[in-house]
Design a protein around this ligand. Structure first.
Ligand code: ADP
Ligand code: MG
Length: 933
């Protein structure tokens, strides 16, 4: 597969003969050129471009990116804010004010409209900015060949003429001419809508006029590799790719809002409707009382604006995007916003083993050589990490010459049947590829073999790449000079060798003259020590079979031995598992590995009960997916071992059926269905494939199980904060309605004018609401049971606290107003004090809303500086308005004395006391039944 690093860099175009590539029209029929012709036309070679040439092309032609649907700019967002019924109402109010000559009212309403639009626009902008920032973190990485050396780069840095390597699960980063491939099939549904796998072949002959769907020698940007491996030449980048030319197709249709937001939109419509009915009732009473039609209309509009939580969906979107940013800090990238709150309700995590629970830093620790009779020599391998220093010791000390030859033979086959690359540079080790493969290269290096050189001297005829569902890999070489393993094929055509490594169960049927039972027992014993066990075998095949990479030729192989690899456990996992348990989240392990290995690792991590219940893929297969027996097995299991990727989906479905809200991790192509089906699909940022990432809701940038737990914690915090926001907005709205209701029923003059209501709404909600989204978690978020899957946001607790707070605010405000008037204060002065009271009430209530269950002071108030700043800013803005000539006239307010301010503030603070008492009482009564909160 790999081109030897010591071969020469290709002839690359210099400044003056580069013109050919320049002229190459975008319409070149790359599919009908041979690989060699395509390479020549791109002035590239089998070893790729040089770094300098690639850099020059990148400068000249630009990055390999598709045009994005431009992000809405601030101005556009601002304009968008005016498309709302609430704004139409306010505009109507402006017109009416103008009509009756209330110039200052009209101007004020107009200014409020602008401010609302600016605030709303900024909020949406912030939400979109963080989404775009996350987008950036999701960049695709590709493996390119530059001057014969493989390197991993950002797909955006690809240029025409680059040669790259692709494997199953990868997204095709540009339009490519295939140079060579093994078992290559792709999914082109993005381009064609056809979702059947398409086989591709570098050697196929394709007519120049062939339609896209028949261009079997090409890979198109945006499609995905389902199986196999390929080496391919970049022939078109960015806008010049097929998908780039039809980029309009990609311009994402307006995405439906996440369910939580949709539910909220519904709820705010409902609340809005109820408010309108209440307002209509009030208006009728006022009209009957002889208030002028215009005043009634203006107040109704202002009341609607103040009390209807129309800004709620946007505020919640902002809250979720704040949570998203926090999760990103804890290595969880959120691809789908609903997953933020979904994580908080998760009851079960089905986790991969390798890389997620373990470090994915494999090292060969043990090699068990086999002879015809069975296990013969047991070698312990020394050394640390990926460094090539370390020796093999056998029971008697140093191995004999013959034993050493045996170890060499095995290491050699494993290094040939290998897709990884490694370079030792002093103490630094640079490696690329699967960690199992890397570990075998390190073993070879410890035994003094040069892995790179070995590959270069052994011509590779064909290969069967490793795919998880197959559990083995094979490489066919034209191994001529191998001592003792005759190079002649059965047909005398010049033979070939095949080197195979993989699970013993997969290799046994290919091997000859081996006692299967004894071998399996030896593997189980090794697995019982927690080793990941791989078998290595070798044999001769015909050259023809080797070139075809024929799996049918894998017969009469000789089992060379078993290898035990150690993968250290992630140190943070045991604690994360404990936290899951206290949070009421079960964890199961799903692995393709040996049941014994899985059992030992589960036990060491403390996953499940002391001796975990292990269910194997074979047991599930016998039970038959969907059957009762299958479901029972799944429900009882703590570890699933030797499961096939396809079974993962069935496991997830069975778990969901038994009532779990399932988060599942996955990395391969075959995991995509399970990831998509799970309530929360979690993919790996480092180890996972592009396909898995595309199907997931969340991505772990560090592949670490503990990050999922952090995500659950943040998910719960986010959900709590969403509730707090809703609580604050709805209860203050209710307070205003109650005030008006009581005042009008009692026959008092209008408590607040339209402009005053608008001002109240602006300085409180406009400034304060989003600050609640910055609340950090309350103590014990991870000690609660998960919330129920379909728990309503408007549950008993919510209703109770909204009614208490809103009712109390409204009633107090009414009583205060009544008292002011009764004391003989002029109406204007009473309104002045009442408005101050309402602003203070809403300031105080923002503090209340910090927690639904705990005292507002259970967490230091300084823990959320945004909230303090918001409350202070709101109060400061109001006090400023009292003194600002012009504004104070429009608002009908004037400075109040310190004593008055203190009196009003004391009254407002009583709301704090009331709500603290309510929290105490409901804590005494225990958590609300049925909600688990
Ligand atoms: P896990 O669930 O722990 O990630 P995998 O599905 O990756 O396990 O691996 C399952 C089995 O496939 C392993 O036990 C091993 O026998 C085999 N295997 C894994 N990686 C390779 C490889 N690179 N080459 C050959 N066989 C492999
Ligand atoms: Mg794996």
């Amino acid at each position: 597969m790999t081109v030897s690093p010591d071969s020469h860099a290709p002839e690359i175009g210099t400044a003056d003969n580069r013109s050919r590539a320049d002229r190459a029209p975008a319409t070149t029929a790359w599919h009908s050129l041979s690989p060699a012709e395509a390479l020549a036309a791109q002035e590239s070679g089998p070893n790729g471009l040089s770094e300098e040439e690639a850099a020059a092309r990148l400068r000249r032609y630009g990055a390999n990116r598709l045009p994005r649907t431009a992000r809405a700019g601030l101005l556009k967002l601002y304009v968008r804010q005016f498309k709302s019924p609430m704004v139409y109402l306010l505009l109507a109010a402006t017109v009416v004010s103008l009509f009756v000559g209330e110039w200052s009212d009209a101007l004020f309403i107009f200014v409020v409209l602008q401010l609302n639009a600016v605030i709303g626009g900024l909020q949406e902008w912030r939400a979109e900015t963080s989404a775009a920032a996350l987008d950036k973190m999701m960049r695709n990485r590709v493996v390119v060949l530059r001057a014969g050396r493989t390197r991993e780069i950002d797909a955006a840095a690809l240029v025409s003429g680059d040669v790259l390597r692709l494997e199953s699960g990868g997204r095709v980063p540009a339009d490519l001419r295939i140079l060579s491939q093994q078992e290559l099939s792709v999914d082109e549904s993005l381009l064609t809508g056809e979702s059947l796998p398409l086989e591709k072949d570098a050697e196929a002959t394709v007519a120049a006029a062939a339609p896209m769907s028949e261009r079997r020698t090409l890979l198109f940007a945006g499609t995905t590799v389902l199986t196999g491996r390929a080496r391919a030449l970049v022939v078109a980048c960015g806008n010049d790719t097929q998908i780039g030319r039809i980029a309009s197709v990609l311009a994402q249709p307006d995405q439906a809002p996440p369910p939580l937001i949709a539910r909220l939109e519904q709820a705010s419509r409902l609340i809005g409707f109820a408010t309108l009915v209440a307002i209509a009732g009030l208006a009728a009473v006022q009209l009957a009382q002889g208030v002028s039609l215009i005043t009634v209309f203006l107040v109704a509009v202002a009341l609607a604006v103040a009390a209807i939580p129309e800004g709620l969906p946007v505020a919640i979107t902002v809250a979720l995007s704040i949570a998203t940013a926090r999760m990103a800090d804890r290595n969880v990238i959120v691809r789908a916003l609903p997953a933020v709150e979904g994580l908080g309700a998760c009851t079960l995590i089905a986790s991969d083993k390798t890389g997620t629970l373990t470090c994915n830093e494999l090292t060969v620790k043990q090699v068990l050589l086999f002879d015809d009779a069975g296990p013969a020599v047991n070698g312990a391998v020394g050394g640390e990490g990926y460094r090539p220093q370390g020796t093999i010791a056998v029971e008697g000390g140093a191995p004999s010459q013959q034993e050493l030859a045996g170890f060499n033979e095995l290491a050699r086959s494993a290094a040939l049947c290998n897709e990884a690359e490694i370079e030792f540079d002093g103490d630094a080790v640079r490696h690329l590829g699967d960690t199992v493969d890397v570990a075998f290269l390190v073993l070879a290096a410890k035994l003094g073999l040069d892995p790179g050189g070995l590959k270069a001297t052994q011509e590779e005829l064909g290969m069967i790449p490793y795919e998880p569902q197959r559990r083995y890999a094979a490489v066919f070489t034209a191994d001529a000079g191998d001592p003792g393993m005759g190079g002649q094929g059965p047909d005398g055509s010049g033979g070939a060798m095949v080197h195979v490594k993989g699970a013993l169960e997969a290799l046994l049927p290919m091997c000859d003259g081996i006692d299967g039972e004894r071998a399996l027992a030896a593997a189980a014993a090794m697995a019982g020590q927690g080793y990941r066990v791989l078998a290595v075998a070798r044999g001769t095949v015909s050259r023809d079979a080797g070139q075809r990479a024929d799996p049918g030729s894998l017969r009469y192989l000789r089992l060379l031995g078993l290898v035990g690899l150690m993968d250290p456990l992630r140190p943070e996992v045991p604690d994360a598992l404990r936290r899951c348990r206290s949070a009421g989240v079960s964890v199961v392990m799903v692995t393709g590995d040996h049941p014994e290995t899985a059992r030992v690792i589960a036990r060491e991590l403390g996953l499940g009960t002391g001796d975990p219940v292990v269910v194997t893929g074979a047991m599930l297969g016998r039970a038959g997916a969907g059957s009762e027996a299958f479901n029972d097995l799944v429900r009882g299991a703590e570890v699933f071992a030797r499961v096939e990727p396809v079974q993962k989906l069935r496991i997830v479905q069975a778990l969901q059926q038994s009532g779990h809200l399932v988060a599942v991790t996955g990395d391969g192509v075959n995991d995509a269905p399970a990831l998509a089906t799970a309530d929360i699909g979690v993919a790996m940022g480092k180890g996972g494939t592009d396909v898995a990432r595309g199907a997931a809701d969340l991505i772990l940038t560090d592949d670490n199980f503990a990050s999922i737990v952090a995500g659950i914690e943040e998910g719960r915090v986010a959900y709590d904060n969403v509730r707090k926001l809703i609580y604050l907005l709805i209860s203050t709205g209710l307070g205003e309605i109650v005030l008006f209701l009581l005042a009008i029923v009692a026959g008092l003059p209008l408590p607040l004018f339209a402009v005053q209501l608008l001002w109240l709404n602006l300085v409180t909600n406009g400034i304060q609401d989003v600050a609640l989204a910055f609340e950090k978690g309350e103590p014990g978020v991870l000690e609660r049971r998960p919330r129920l899957r379909d728990e309503s946001l408007f549950d008993r607790r919510m209703l109770g606290q909204v009614l208490t707070a809103g009712g109390y605010m409204g009633f107090c405000a009414f009583a205060f107003y009544y008292w002011c008037l009764a004391r003989g204060l002029p109406e204007a002065e009473a309104r002045n004090l009442l408005l101050l009271l309402m602003v203070l009430f809403e300031n105080v209530h923002a503090i209340n809303a910090r927690s639904e269950r705990l005292s507002a002071f259970a967490r230091p108030i300084m823990a959320n500086p945004f909230l303090i700043m918001a409350v202070l800013a709101a109060q400061a803005a109001h006090i400023a308005a009292l003194y600002l000539p012009g504004l104070s006239d429009v608002l009908g307010v004037r400075p109040v004395s310190l004593t008055d301010w203190l009196l009003v503030a004391a009254l407002a603070l009583s709301l704090l006391a009331v709500m603290e008492i309510r929290k105490l009482v409901s804590a005494r009564r225990g958590s609300d039944p049925g909600t688990g909160r």
